[in-house]
Design a protein around this ligand. Structure first.
Ligand code: GLY
Length: 382
């Protein structure tokens, strides 16, 4: 593990890291470090000489970061247009998808031109899916502006939109050709959003990397502050994700580990109407705590794993139980209805990511729905 033991002060210039996602002809680099938005034009022009591009971004991100990006593109002599969408999960839908496709086609972009996603997970998933289907597949570049997008959704090629039937049910695997994760721009995020993204950081420790979990427990404040610790943590997560994606790009097996906490988490997001009441990372935090409690109840996970997981999530200010949603309908019936609707259901059996300890998660594809119901009933009073 390359994480520096002592962390560093945010004022020091942090060293950039490059992570390679090894997928044969579809391999690509993830650059992680400060100042990448300002250098985006040069990085893109070097890899895609003569390509024109459309930047897809939401109105909030556009206000804060689009001028910097457009300036960088102008300086590199890249022809560019912009496609603005509304912020929020409701944008991952057919209407906005059509608007993005119209924007790409009316900008007369050709197959070898580029779609650039500047934003968080919503923009990345939407723009990536538009790139996957416009002209039967265009190259695209991710410029993730949220912690969640930098450590998870911008890497690995999952793209798509939601349907009335559930989250992410319409989409495609379509790898980006480059990811530029500018860690400095994360300092403009509201604390709540950074914190929610941090749940996905913790996830990598819980899946298969207990040393990373320990490092996070010791250094999470420095990650929040910025500087080298943040670069190191983001790059470490991208490296972990790159390894998982390289081993199982289309999620036929081990990639499902990345869904730790997501089965419960998605059900909670659905139960709260995908609203600001519970943002994705908060759902994942509660979901991961529930996955560990459920594993303990099934006799799989002992020691003090549940206490350590919940303790760290609570230290950073993340929720870990349904008590955080006492004003919402998160009854066992409601949550089970949403869980059954999830992609992770196969012929009636429920798939969960369970764990035998911190850093020891595994995919369980035959979880008894009765055991889930009785667990969810007991969780009402946690
Ligand atoms: N976010 C989970 C995955 O990319 O597989």
């Amino acid at each position: 593990m390359s994480l520096s033991p002592g962390g560093s002060q945010p004022s020091e210039a942090a060293a950039e890291q490059t992570v390679r996602v090894d997928l044969g002809a579809r391999s690509y680099d993830i650059l992680v470090g400060p100042g990448l938005l300002e250098r985006a034009g040069d990085e893109i022009a070097r890899r895609h000489p003569d390509a024109a591009l459309a930047v897809v971004t939401d109105r909030n991100v556009a206000e804060t970061h689009l001028p910097t990006l457009e300036h960088a593109l102008d300086a590199a002599g890249i022809r560019h247009s912009r496609i603005l969408v509304e912020p929020g999960e409701a944008t991952k839908a057919f209407g906005p998808l059509q608007a993005v496709l119209d924007g790409i086609l009316s900008a007369r972009l050709e197959r070898n031109d580029l779609v650039v996603a500047l934003g968080g997970g919503v923009v990345g998933d939407l723009a990536g899916f538009a790139a996957a289907i416009a002209r039967r597949g265009m190259a695209f570049i991710q410029l993730p502006s949220s912690l969640l997008a930098q450590v998870d959704s911008s890497v690995g090629g999952k793209t798509g939109i939601n349907s009335d039937h559930g989250k992410n049910l319409v989409g495609a695997f379509h790898q980006p050709s480059l990811v530029l994760a500018d860690t400095e721009i994360l300092s403009t995020l509201p604390l709540r959003e950074f914190r929610a993204g941090y749940a996905e950081v913790v996830k990598y420790g819980l899946i298969n990397d207990p040393r990373f979990f320990d490092w996070l427990c010791a250094h999470w404040r420095e990650v929040f502050d910025g500087g080298q610790a943040r670069v190191d943590a983001v790059a470490h997560c991208c490296r972990a994700k790159a390894a998982i994606v390289a081993a199982d790009e289309y999620e036929t097996g081990s990639r499902a580990l990345l869904n730790l906490g997501h089965t419960f988490g998605h059900a909670l997001e659905a139960a709260t109407g995908y609203s600001d009441r519970l943002v994705h990372g908060e759902g994942v935090a509660i979901g991961m705590a529930m996955a560990f409690r459920f594993s303990e109840r099934l006799g799989l996970c002992g020691g003090n794993a549940v206490g350590q997981v919940c303790g760290h999530l609570q230290d950073v200010g993340l929720p870990t139980s349904l008590a955080a949603l006492s004003d919402c309908d998160v009854s066992a019936d409601t949550l089970l209805t949403h869980i059954r609707q999830d992609k992770k259901v196969s012929r009636g059996a429920l798939t969960f990511i369970l764990a035998t300890g911190i850093g020891a998660a595994f995919v369980s594809r035959d979880v008894d729905p009765h055991a889930v119901r009785s667990f969810l009933e007991d969780e009402q009073t946690q």
